[in-house]
Design a protein around this ligand. Structure first.
Ligand code: NAD
Length: 310
């Protein structure tokens, strides 16, 4: 099988840790890109030197140019500022907008057939920006947020019930912000809806903690935001694409009428495989869930309007 090429733009906390997970899984050869001279080269070399110990064969290189990223199959974009205490994801918009704009232009020029996995915040808005700037079809630009938010919800359910995280499943909708819409009816433990295992009060507490889980980590770290779980989320999506797994995961996708929403990148369940987003799955929502989705979409639309692209 031909070795796949995975470029990771941004060799900071999320980017370098994504390279770590991808190397451990031997998903392909990895190119780490950053604007700081020496940083991607140093991290790539250090990670490559872990190969003999861990027994992975990925070639890993770091660079400050896009030459070496040419013809990547997958590009994970993590470049930009991360949150500090007191900041919302929206506070990152102005600065990250410039960064994602220039990174996407270069990626589209050097890897015109790649699938972009966006990680930089504000996530839904940056996914929209990358879609428009790249000119790629909508299946080839996907944002990572739901996989992380679902993993957080699953973690809290497992902690509450003292059961294995492995047997948990969770589904969420909406923007990657405090308005995210957790769906307890569609979240299960060993196939049993959590609504049958936990009280309303317990579920409300878990949903609230999930909503604020990013901020909880920022508050603890003080100098940056979460990176182990976000990078694992991005690599999970890359693996689904590379292995054509056709997994069903909550991802940020471009919508054209699904869930009554148009011209927006928004978190929804999708089938993800070799073609990227192969299908958007529409769930039956009750009135309360529909209202929460609308509220979340209003916030994402306001943020996208700030890009001045529509
Ligand atoms: P970080 O500061 O550790 O790393 C960011 C890196 O991007 C830095 O090394 C910086 O030099 C680099 N960079 C800046 N401009 C660049 C450019 N033009 N080209 C290439 N590299 C450039 O931050 P982090 O913790 O890795 O977070 C990265 C981004 O991911 C942030 O925007 C953060 O908010 C976001 N994030 C998203 C999620 C999610 O769920 N989607 C979760 C966590 C973090």
């Amino acid at each position: 099988m031909k070795r796949r090429k995975i470029t990771i733009v941004g060799a900071g906390n999320v980017g370098a840790t994504a390279a770590h997970w991808a190397a451990l899984k031997e998903l392909g050869d990895i190119v780490l890109v950053d604007i700081i001279e020496g940083l991607p080269q140093g991290k790539a070399l250090d990670l490559a030197e872990a190969g003999p110990i861990e027994g992975f064969n990925s070639k890993i290189m770091g660079t400050n140019s896009y030459e070496e990223t040419k013809d990547s199959d997958i590009v994970i974009i993590t470049s930009g500022l991360a949150r500090k205490p007191g900041m919302s994801r929206e506070d990152l918009l102005q600065k990250n907008k410039e960064i994602i704009n220039s990174v996407t232009e270069r990626i589209a020029a050097t890897s015109p057939h790649c699938i972009i996995i966006m990680v930089s915040n504000p996530l839904d808005t940056m996914t929209y920006l990358a879609l428009k700037v790249s000119g790629f079809p909508k299946n080839r630009v996907v944002g990572m947020a739901g996989v992380l938010d679902a993993a957080r919800l699953r973690t809290f359910v497992a902690l509450e019930l003292n059961i294995s995280v492995e047997d948990t499943q969770a589904m969420l909708l909406g923007g990657h912000g405090d308005d995210m819409v957790s769906l307890p009816r569609y979240s299960t433990v060993g196939g049993i809806p959590i609504t049958e295992l936990l009280s309303q009060e317990q579920i409300a507490r878990i949903v609230e903690r999930t909503r604020k889980a990013g901020g909880e980590i920022v508050g603890l770290l003080k100098t940056g935001s979460a990176f182990y779980s976000p990078s694992a989320g991005a690599v999970c999506m890359a693996e689904a694409i590379i292995k054509d797994k056709k997994r069903v995961l909550p991802c940020c996708a471009y919508l054209e009428g699904e869930y009554g929403l148009n011209d927006i990148c928004f978190g929804v369940p999708v089938k993800i495989g070799a073609e990227g987003i192969e299908e958007v799955i529409e769930l039956q929502l009750n009135a309360e869930e529909r209202e929460a989705v609308q509220r979340s979409a209003e916030g994402v639309n306001l943020s996208i309007d700030n890009l001045g692209l529509r």
